[in-house]
Design a protein around this ligand. Sequence first.
Ligand code: GTP
Ligand code: MG
Length: 197
Amino acid sequence: MKIKSANFVISNTDISKCPKADKAEFAFIGRSNVGKSSLINCLTERKSLAKTSSTPGKTQLINHFEINNNWYLVDLPGYGYAKVSKTSRSKWGKMIEEYLKKRENLLCTFVLVDSRHEPQKVDMEFMNWMGKNGIPFVIIFTKSDKQSHTKLQSNIAKYRKIMRKNWEELPTMIATSSDDGRGREDVLDFIEEVAEG
Ligand code: GTP
Ligand code: MG
């Protein structure tokens, strides 16, 4: 798919202030610093459409980007950042939970995990919560430029093994790198397929 236009629309903390739910929508979630904002920039080939930072906790709001005047990409704040206070963690939980459960045009959420690590408790808990609530998702293995192919495949295999215990059907899994662009076409093809439904 060709990205002809990518524009920032609005940031907010409240689902009622999100753009009208009349276009297909895809959201990006995962631990702080996993590479959500970078992946949005990679997909859209815009260097600083979504704000990125080497310090975790950069994205704090629900950020809507309109692509090709036809669908939305949504950058969400990350979870699992140790330095965040209990109050803001519960605020994050409420905001994200409401968004994921209620946003009616949200067709699929990309849950990003760092491909260098074996399955982490916080990510598995989040995916189990998604499953329980019937919210469709794809797993993206980010930063796959940062380790060997063998290590990447071995971590993906570990995810599959753990998930097979609880899930009848495994979600789609895609390895990406916002540095060298691998996986970009796979994510865009997936979006195109789902959006055209
Ligand atoms: P929060 O908004 O804080 O939740 O983080 P985020 O998930 O949006 O992460 P962000 O995109 O800001 O990236 C975090 C750091 O990881 C930045 O320093 C990026 O340059 C780096 N990074 C992101 N993706 C990749 C990747 O695919 N490869 C490499 N090598 N670095 C990456
Ligand atoms: Mg971010």
